[in-house]
Write a protein that binds this ligand. Structure first.
Ligand code: ADP
Ligand code: MG
Length: 441
C-alpha cells in the first residue's frame, strides 16, 4: 500500500482500496491521480483493464462532499459500463458516504429522477442524461468534475453532439477528465475545444507482445463455423470471447455452436438490459465459457482471464482489432488472439497488420470435421454478404433506438451514423464539414 499512501488520498479511500485488495496503483493511476487532485484537466490513455476507473475516481471521491448536490458527472458509452463504473465508484465512495447514481436508457425515468435528487456523483450514458436535462430533472449547476470515460468509444458511437451538449450544460469552471484506450481525431478535437490546458498521460503498452500470441487462419466462409467448433473443442479450459461484426452473426453463431454441443452466450446491443446482465453474470461465474459478442457490447467490460479471443469476423479497423486483443493477455497472463481471414477480408486484414505493427503468424489449417448446418443460407454467418456501410451501421446502432425511445432522438442518431458511415467509406464526406468537425484536419 506504500505507493497508494504516497498519493495523498484520504484514509477512508485508502481503506476502501485496501479492502478491495489493491496493493499498488497501476501506472495510469499513479500518474493521473495526483493531477486530478491538483485540479488539472487530464487526458489519460491506457489499455483496457489498466485501472482507469480508479484513476479518475480517486480524486473525484476525495474532492466530493456528501449532500451538496451533484458534483461529478461521469459519461460512459453504454449501459453496462454505466453500471460497472457506477458500482466501482460506489464501492470506493462508500466510506465517505457519497451517493452514486447510474442513469441510462431502457429503464424508467422516475427512479432515476428520485435518486438524482440525493446523488453526489452521477454515472450515465449521454442520451438519457440529455433527456433528463431537457426535462429539467438533472441539475448540473454544482458540477466540479466532468468525466468522459471510454471516450474513444463514445465518440465512435456517434455521441459527439450529445457529449458537446452535456459539456455546455456544465459550469465553466469544472475540471474535465477524458479517459480512453485509444486516441483519435475526434478526441483531439474535443480536448482542444473543451479542455483547459489538459495534461496528457499515456501509460503502458497497449499489448504485451511477449504475452500475446497472435495467429490467423486462411479459411473459407463456409468452413469458418467448423474450424471454430474444432478449435473450441480443443481448448476446453479457457474462457473465450468470439467477436462478430453484426448482431445477426452473433446470434446465429451462438445458435450454431449450441447445435454442435458448444454452449455459448451472445452479447449485443439488441438484447434487453436484463438479458445482457444475466449473460455477463454467467460469464463472470463461469457457467458459460464462450461469449459471442459484438465490439460495442464488449468494449470496456471488465471480464477477467480471457485466454483466447477469436475474430470470427475480421474487425473493420486496426483500432478495433487492438481493442479486441486487449481483452486477453491481461495482468501478466498469456493470451491468444486468433483471426479467421476469408476471401474479401485480405485488404482489411493487411491494414490491421500494418496498424498493430506486430507479427500475426499464419497457421496451417488443422484437420477438422466439416459441419453441415441445416441453414437456409450458408453465407449468412460470414458477415461478408453485406456492405461495410451496413456493418458499420449495425454495429454502431447498438442500443440506440431502444435505449432512447422517442422518434426524434432515434432519427437524429440515425443521421449521425449516416454521416459516420459515409466518412468511413469515403462516399460523401461533405456532411462531415459542418460545425462539429469544421476545425479538424
Ligand atoms: P479500464 O477502465 O482501464 O479498462 P478498470 O478500471 O475497469 O480498467 O479496471 C480493470 C480491473 O483492474 C478491475 O477488475 C479492477 O478491479 C482492477 N484494478 C484496478 N486497479 C487496480 C490496482 N491498483 N490493483 C489491482 N487491481 C486493480
Ligand atoms: Mg474503463
Amino acid at each position: 500500500m506504500e505507493k497508494f499512501k504516497q498519493l495523498n488520498l484520504s484514509e477512508e479511500l485508502l481503506d476502501a482500496i485496501r479492502r478491495e485488495g489493491f496493493d499498488t496503483p497501476s501506472e495510469i493511476q499513479e500518474k493521473t491521480i495526483p493531477l486530478v487532485l491538483q485540479g488539472k484537466d487530464v487526458i489519460g490513455s491506457s489499455a483496457t483493464g489498466s485501472g482507469k476507473t480508479l484513476a479518475f475516481g480517486a480524486g473525484i471521491i476525495d474532492k466530493t462532499m456528501p449532500g451538496q448536490g451533484i458534483q461529478a458527472l461521469i459519461l460512459t458509452p453504454t449501459r453496462e459500463l454505466a453500471e460497472q463504473v457506477g458500482q466501482t465508484i460506489s464501492k470506493f465512495a462508500n466510506r465517505k458516504r457519497l451517493r452514486v447514481t447510474q442513469v441510462y436508457g431502457g429503464v424508467s425515468m422516475d427512479p432515476q429522477i428520485k435518486a438524482m435528487r440525493q446523488a453526489d456523483i452521477v454515472v450515465g450514458t449521454p442520451g438519457r442524461l440529455l433527456d433528463h436535462l431537457k426535462r429539467r430533472t438533472l441539475n448540473l449547476s454544482r458540477i466540479k468534475f466532468l468525466v468522459l470515460d471510454e471516450a474513444d468509444r463514445m465518440l465512435d458511437m456517434g455521441f459527439v453532439r450529445d457529449v458537446e451538449n452535456i459539456i455546455k450544460s456544465c459550469p465553466a469552471n469544472k475540471q474535465t477528465l477524458l479517459f480512453t484506450a485509444t486516441l483519435s481525431q475526434d478526441i483531439a478535437y474535443m480536448a482542444k475545444k473543451y479542455m483547459k490546458n489538459p495534461v496528457h498521460i499515456e501509460a503502458g503498452d497497449k499489448v504485451d507482445p511477449s504475452k500475446l500470441y497472435q495467429v490467423y487462419y486462411d479459411v473459407t466462409h463456409e468452413t469458418k463455423l467448423s474450424l471454430l467448433a474444432h478449435l473450441l473443442k480443443q481448448e476446453k479450459n479457457g474462457v473465450v470471447m468470439v467477436f462478430c461484426n453484426t448482431r445477426r452473426n452473433t446470434d446465429k453463431l451462438t445458435r450454431n455452436l449450441g447445435l454442435v454441443g458448444l454452449h455459448a452466450e451472445s452479447l449485443h446491443g439488441g438484447h434487453s438490459q436484463n438479458r445482457r446482465s444475466s449473460v455477463l453474470q454467467a460469464f463472470h461465474t463461469r457457467s458459460t465459457l464462450i461469449l459471442v459478442c459484438t465490439d460495442v457490447a464488449a468494449r470496456g467490460l471488465d471480464i477477467k482471464d480471457v485466454s483466447h479471443i477469436y475474430n470470427y469476423d475480421i474487425p473493420k479497423t486496426g483500432e478495433e482489432y487492438i481493442h479486441r486483443i486487449g481483452r486477453t493477455a491481461r495482468a501478466g497472463k498469456n493470451g491468444i488472439a486468433i483471426s479467421f481471414v476469408s476471401s474479401g477480408d485480405h485488404t482489411e486484414f493487411r491494414q490491421i497488420v500494418r496498424r498493430v505493427d506486430s507479427n500475426i503468424e499464419k497457421q496451417p489449417l488443422p484437420e477438422f470435421e466439416k459441419i453441415q448446418m441445416p441453414s437456409k443460407s450458408s453465407n449468412q454467418d460470414s458477415g461478408h454478404n453485406i456492405t461495410h456501410g451496413d456493418r458499420n451501421r449495425n454495429e454502431s446502432r447498438f442500443g440506440q433506438h431502444k435505449r432512447f425511445g422517442g422518434n426524434f432522438r432515434g432519427s437524429r442518431n440515425d443521421r449521425d451514423h449516416g454521416k459516420r458511415r459515409d466518412s468511413r467509406t469515403n462516399r460523401d464526406t461533405r456532411s462531415m464539414g459542418g460545425r462539429r468537425f469544421g476545425n479538424r484536419h
